[in-house]
Design a protein around this ligand. Structure first.
Ligand SMILES: C[S@@+](CC[C@H](N)C(=O)[O-])C[C@H]1O[C@@H](n2cnc3c(N)ncnc32)[C@H](O)[C@@H]1O
Length: 246
């Protein structure tokens, strides 16, 4: 069974433009609710969530401003400026040295940076060619990073991943399955979840940051209520799902 972690964010932002997601005003607590596959029992744990790291905040702003780039709503470009949240996403996926991680929508690479620093090799899929250039430059010196300019929903990720894992197995015979860690573009979040859920033969862990309402719609509805939709059946069937709510 795949281990899926769906994290949700209530965005509260003192931003440069309305479509920025930022960390400076982030809530001071992170609520973490574990929902078992059967959704039968819930455990709630509080984890403190510190202030954003100035380094990440400033490097993100600087790299975007230097190119005169403004976030595009149509591409769900809400950038994570709170590196503590990136750390929490990586930790939820237990990312460690030697892991192979797929990241959907690296943007400026703030989460990518955390993943690479933990020793993972990252394959990123980014639709916006400007962000592809930016993130390619940022990690030009790293042999642990590759970015493909593609629309994730259309890019045949199963065949990409199967050929990568096959090649990796030649050099790393004991290598485990891959993982997914992503701060998702919100407009494709349901499509991404549908695509990834049946890929338990490729991914051992999937950690996704979603909008609050989107995450709740995926994990909360009870059987035989009007909110219970086909996506909920898929989630219950395929995954042990954990909801982190902050
Ligand atoms: C929510 S932002 C996250 C950026 C970065 N990971 C972060 O945490 O700051 C989503 C990113 O996904 C990219 N994106 C949007 N639609 C996409 C798609 N269909 N396929 C791949 N990337 C996409 C956007 O250009 C943007 O860089």
């Amino acid at each position: 069974m795949m281990n899926a972690v769906i994290t949700s964010a209530t965005i509260n932002c003192n931003s440069l433009s309305p479509s920025w997601t930022c960390g400076d005003n982030s809530p001071s607590k992170l609520l973490l609710g574990e929902i078992s596959a059967a959704l039968s029992r819930r455990r709630t744990v509080k984890v403190s969530c510190g202030k954003s790291s100035p380094d990440d905040y400033h490097s993100t702003l600087k790299s975007l401003n230097s190119r005169g780039r403004f976030p595009r709503k149509s591409l769900g470009q809400h950038y994570m400026l709170n590196s503590d949240i990136n750390d929490q996403l990586a930790s939820a996926a237990d990312v460690k040295e030697g892991d192979f991680v797929l990241e959907i929508g690296p943007g400026t690479g703030s989460l990518t940076n955390v993943l690479i620093n933990l020793g993972a090799t990252v394959l990123a899929i980014e639709k916006d060619p400007h962000m592809v250039d930016l993130v390619s430059e940022r990690f030009a010196g790293s042999d642990k990073f590759k970015v493909l300019q593609e629309d994730f929903v259309k890019c045949h990720i199963r065949s990409h991943m199967l050929s990568i894992l096959e090649t990796r197995r030649l050099s790393h015979p004991d290598s485990a399955l891959a993982k997914v860690v992503s701060n998702l573009p919100f407009n494709i979040s349901t499509d991404v979840v549908k695509l990834l859920l049946p890929m338990g033969d490729i991914f051992s862990k999937v950690v996704l940051l979603l909008q609050d309402e989107a995450a709740l719609r995926l994990v909360e509805p009870a059987l035989r209520t009007s909110e219970y939709r086909p996506i909920n059946i898929l989630i219950n069937f395929y995954s042990g799902t954990y909801l982190f709510h902050y």
